[in-house]
Design a protein around this ligand. Structure first.
Ligand code: GLC
Length: 679
């Protein structure tokens, strides 16, 4: 008898022709009670895998960080370091997001793992959050538009994507103990929205429960959050894993079991076998409760190929293709924030000497635990200095003396040290470090043509120096190819098209979370008193002018919008509305523009933001080229969550559409009427 036949006889659940559900049942029926308990927590001393059950040929399922590439601390290998999540969302390019996901999955496979602990899709409530660089945006629509294709890309290689941190892990201060006190409407409309959309449209196989509490109950034992909303309401059918050590202080396993928690990582604590056995014997939970969480785990084990004969896709890492994706994301995520007198792009004919200075000019960020669990140790990293030097070649002299240069490039930002874009620590403020500001001001004294390039992952306030520099570029943490991308943009070989996925405030106190200790960082509780008014929603409502608004980014060319039309000015609940408008490149360089569509309710009976993002499209145009772009909306984009009725409501009345190339640069507004057909 062939080896395969023998194996199938012994382990019929290896038969890939059977349905997943049947294979799960075949395994479940062979597991003893103790073996089911064993599967509910990570393998001791491994940190990254489930436990094997050898006599049933159940192998370990391996997990790995993170959102920017495969971490060294979990794979012990140097892997492609892609640009950070903020850089990806700054591209406003869902196609690139999918490519990012596929590349990440190939690298997961290449290190022999099955689950990627990413993407992080928490909303940027406060810009000082230490993990802002790991998340996409202050806006749930942009967040889900990037996360959905990324998750689909990851899972296209049968690697499980693990969306995190569910939910409301919006600060690092007291992250393990703080209870977020929040109303139902802002919970649903803002903080759960991206999770809901990703679950419904991308079907992630894993969700990671966060450290914090929500209204007094820890996420990882919060039945309402896990069972009622995530599973029963949204139809999530993967498994829930804890954040690492999130359950260390939990006392009762039954609470987590009944909440739907399948896997405690990295090692058993509340799911220690003796605790589970004792609670089971006392009938604190029953076999049905237990099987409910074990089945979900087994299902994903089958989906990732743990029970396949043929080895699942081998994967690949550090390939030219992955380098190319990393570079393209960096190029498209870089944002031109200021460009006085078109000093950029740099003109090779006119420049003889360039000074390159600043703390991040030659800094390499791809080091173990740099910034926390999202760190990736890269096989190489092109610094900004190396990229620019290479571009200068033999025609332009590079110096470190600003006084002796035609142009000075000051490369600053943050560096993933404590309080500077690092997990576990929020930033103390939004300024650059004092010593860096001092150096920058001194540099400006030596050369008025000092251009600032920021390498960072969260908003920076610039009041000390903003008016003194002619140009500013936001390059984020651009990954291992970042230096080349920065140089391409500086010299105009790439026309910048990035747009801010997060508001850059003039000062921290302008941000909605920073009204008092109560609203940030709180103590045992933090109160989200601002409700849904986060990010540009808040700045619009309070009429505060940000330093740079959500959705903002300049180009080396100019675009003109015209001929906006609606297919109807009276929308009902069973029809679609088409919005068309023309965009033309009226400048001299090819370039890309992101046209954003926002909606506002004119006469709502509940407080609503002035405008909310409901669509965007990125177009690339040659000089003189004109294209028609089209958006299609329906009544769903008009609704809001009624916390009392516990449902989404769409009010009849007047609404306004806004189209433009940032949340503040609106080129077209149009009012229309909505009336549901059953009123
Ligand atoms: C960390 C992070 C989480 C990460 C996990 C494993 O504490 O919160 O994002 O995936 O532990 O490193």
């Amino acid at each position: 008898m062939s080896e395969k036949k023998e194996l199938l006889e012994k382990y019929p659940y290896y038969d890939e022709s059977l349905s997943v559900d049947l294979r799960v049942m075949l395994i479940l029926n062979r597991l003893t009670l103790k073996e089911k308990f064993k599967l509910l927590s990570g393998k001791n001393f491994s940190w990254w895998t489930t436990k094997p059950i050898r006599h049933l040929n159940i192998k370990r399922m391996g997990m790995t960080d993170g959102p920017h590439g495969i971490s060294f601390h979990s794979s012990f290998k140097k892997n492609t370091k892609f640009p950070c999540a903020k850089c990806l969302s700054a591209t406003w390019n869902p196609t690139l997001a999918r490519e990012y996901g596929v590349a990440l999955a190939e690298e997961v496979r290449a290190v022999g793992r099955h689950i990627l602990l990413a993407p992080g899709i928490n909303i940027d409530r406060t810009p000082v959050n230490g993990r802002t660089f790991e998340y996409y945006s202050e806006d749930p629509y942009l967040t889900k538009e990037i996360a959905i294709p990324l998750v689909k890309g990851v899972q296209s290689k049968r690697v499980g994507a693990c969306i995190k941190h569910y939910a409301l892990n919006n600060q690092e201060t007291n992250r393990r103990s703080v209870s977020v006190e929040i109303g139902e409407r802002s919970l649903r409309e803002l903080y759960l929205q991206a999770f809901e959309e990703v679950v419904k449209k991308a079907d992630p196989w894993v969700v990671m429960g966060s450290y914090n509490k929500i209204n007094g109950v820890h996420a990882c034992e919060n039945k309402e959050l896990l069972r009622d909303i995530l599973m029963d309401e949204w139809g999530f059918n993967g498994f829930i894993v804890t954040d690492w050590w999130a359950t260390r202080k939990f006392k009762n396993p039954e609470k987590a079991i009944k909440a739907g928690l399948s896997l405690e990582m990295p090692q058993p604590s509340v799911y220690k076998i003796h605790r589970l056995r004792k609670a089971f014997r006392k009938k604190k939970f029953n076999l049905k409760d237990l099987d409910f969480v074990v089945e979900r785990l087994l299902k994903v084990m089958i989906q990732v190929g743990l029970f396949d004969f043929e080895k699942v896709p081998e994967g690949k890492r550090n390939t030219d293709e992955h380098k190319k994706i990393a570079r393209q994301i960096a190029e498209e995520g870089i944002i031109l924030l200021k460009n006085q007198k078109n000093i950029l792009p740099l003109n090779r004919e006119k420049i003889k000497t360039i000074a390159i200075v600043g703390p991040n000019a030659q800094k390499k960020f791809g080091k173990i635990h740099y910034g926390g669990s999202a760190a990736v140790v890269a096989p190489y990293e092109i610094t900004a200095y190396e990229g620019i030097k290479a571009k200068c070649g033999k025609t332009i002299k590079v110096t470190d003396n600003p006084a002796k240069a035609d142009i000075c490039l000051f490369i600053g930002g943050l560096n993933h040290s404590r309080g500077q874009d690092c997990e576990n620590f929020d930033r103390p403020d939004l300024k650059l470090p004092d010593e860096q500001i001092t150096q920058l001001l001194a540099t400006i004294e030596q050369n008025k043509k000092t251009i600032v390039i920021l390498i960072n992952g969260s908003p920076i306030t610039m009041s000390d120096w903003h008016s003194k520099v002619p140009a500013i570029i936001e390059a984020w943490y651009p990954g291992q190819e970042g230096g080349y991308a920065i140089a391409d943009v500086l010299f105009g070989d790439v026309n910048p098209s990035g747009k801010l996925p997060i508001t850059f405030p003039k000062k921290l106190s302008d941000s909605p979370a920073h009204k008092s200790e109560r609203t940030y960082p709180g103590d045992e509780q933090v109160f989200y008193d601002e409700g849904i008014f986060v990010g540009y929603r808040h700045f619009d409502k309070e009429k505060i002018k940000p330093l740079y608004p959500f959705g903002f980014g300049l180009s080396y060319t100019q675009f003109a919008l015209s001929n906006a039309k609606l297919s109807t000015y009276d929308l009902t609940d069973d029809e679609l509305m088409k919005i068309t408008l023309d965009i033309e490149n009226v400048g001299k360089k090819a370039g890309s523009e992101v046209i954003q569509l926002y909606i506002g309710a004119n006469d709502s009976k509940v407080p609503k933001p002035i405008k909310e993002l409901i669509g965007f499209t990125k177009v690339t145009l040659e000089p003189g080229e004109k294209k028609q772009i089209e958006f299609t909306i329906n009544e769903e984009v008009l609704n809001y969550y009624d916390g009392n009725a516990d449902t989404w409501i769409t009010e009849d009345g007047k609404y306004t559409l806004y189209a433009g190339n940032s949340s503040r640069d609106i080129y077209f507004t149009q009012e229309f009427n909505y009336k549901s057909s059953d009123t």
